[in-house]
Design a protein around this ligand. Structure first.
Ligand SMILES: NC(=O)N[C@@H](CC(=O)O)C(=O)O
Ligand SMILES: [Zn+2]
Ligand SMILES: [Zn+2]
Length: 345
């Protein structure tokens, strides 16, 4: 039985750090384990150009604890008005990717794209400049059932985008269905997908049976168990197109335990431990290193981290709550539960 793991330092290819006073908590939680992270731009207002991305990069960098090295990789939020010039400037400023939020699909997506045709000039510029295209893949059509929104997005929007822009490196973020797994498998090496720890560990029964559990509520929503199994198979398959993206998305406890609760799970505080738990349950700990630390940088065309982290099988209890900002509590995923794996610091 393995009780210690030494692996290449992982990166997080999808995280929400928020802004202002929350950065103290979110940046140090991410930096405890990850060398780099793809920083989601859905602030209010969103990060839509090079100068906003540079300023946000500086605010994040200022919160990296002494002695840690953590590199934020910046992303622009696509709007109906994102121009090819904006893309060129962002590329020159070191921005690595742009994110599609279909308008209204998820938290802070009000300024998102209302019609995919509006962003074709930006997408063509991204393809030309070698910027990655990151996708929140859900339709917002009110006629479509929430559990079907990812599949319908693939059928209605993504398939056409891929044939129109075959050289555009595309990441289907936080995939939740067997349909998304099969879509990625059917594509060229230009298409990848991130998978969260919570979609590997849970299905909708965890959220809905025996009482509604708001801390499991995220978007895209947890699906049925057969989809969870397909995600576990993909993540542990050794297929380099599937890699780690936590989608750690903090919301204060009172914003989640509410009559209209926010979507998002906070996992950064123990992200690599949560993935280790999922891989251990699948008897696939030998596949964790590549999923967490190799396939992401390979897909993005970046060097792998040269240092390592150590995980030990030492059970510990997750606190019920942390401070997100002074005096404002956040309930982490798995609050009060025992996790078997622990990062050795
Ligand atoms: N995943 C979530 O449920 N929420 C994210 C947004 C997102 O990634 O869609 C957030 O910003 O809170
Ligand atoms: Zn999303
Ligand atoms: Zn997200």
């Amino acid at each position: 039985m393995t009780d210690k793991l030494v692996i290449t330092r992982p990166d997080d290819w999808h995280i929400h750090l928020r802004d202002g006073q929350a950065l103290g908590r979110t940046v140090s939680d991410a930096a405890r384990q990850f060398g780099r992270a793809i920083i989601m731009p859905n602030l209010v207002p969103p990060v839509t150009n090079a100068s906003e991305a540079k300023a946000y990069h500086a605010r994040i960098s200022a919160e990296v604890p002494q002695g840690e090295s953590f590199e934020p990789l910046m992303v622009l939020y696509l709007t109906d008005k994102t121009s090819p010039e904006t893309i060129a400037e962002a590329k020159a400023a070191g921005v690595v990717a742009c994110k599609l939020y279909p308008a209204g699909a998820t938290t802070n997506s009000d300024s998102g794209v209302t019609d995919i045709n509006n962003i074709y000039p930006a997408l063509e510029a991204m393809q030309e400049h070698g910027m990655l295209f990151l996708v929140h893949g859900e339709v917002t059509d009110t006629a479509i059932d929430i559990f079907d929104r990812e599949k319908v997005f693939i059928d209605r929007t993504l398939t056409k985008l891929r044939s129109d822009l075959p050289e555009l490196k595309t990441v289907l973020e936080h995939i939740t269905t067997e349909d998304a797994v099969q879509f990625v498998q059917s594509q060229s090496s230009h298409v990848g997908a991130t998978i969260t720890a919570h979609h590997l560990l849970y299905n909708r029964n965890h959220m809905l049976v025996g009482g509604i559990k708001p801390h499991y509520y995220c978007l895209p929503i947890l699906k049925r168990s057969s989809h969870q199994q397909a995600l576990i198979s993909a993540a542990t398959s050794g297929d380099s197109r599937f890699f780690l993206g936590t989608d750690s998305a903090p919301h204060a406890t009172d914003k989640k335990e509410a009559s209209c609760g926010c979507a998002g799970c906070y996992t950064a505080y123990a992200a690599i431990e949560l993935y280790a738990t999922a891989f251990d349950e699948a008897s696939a700990l030998d596949k964790l290193e590549a999923f967490a630390g190799h396939f992401g940088p390979d897909f993005y065309g970046l060097a792998r981290n040269s240092d390592t982290i150590t995980l030990s099988k030492t059970p510990w209890q997750v606190p019920e709550q942390f401070d997100l900002t002074p005096g404002v509590g956040i309930t982490p995923l798995c609050a009060g539960q025992t996790l078997n794996w622990r990062l050795v610091r």
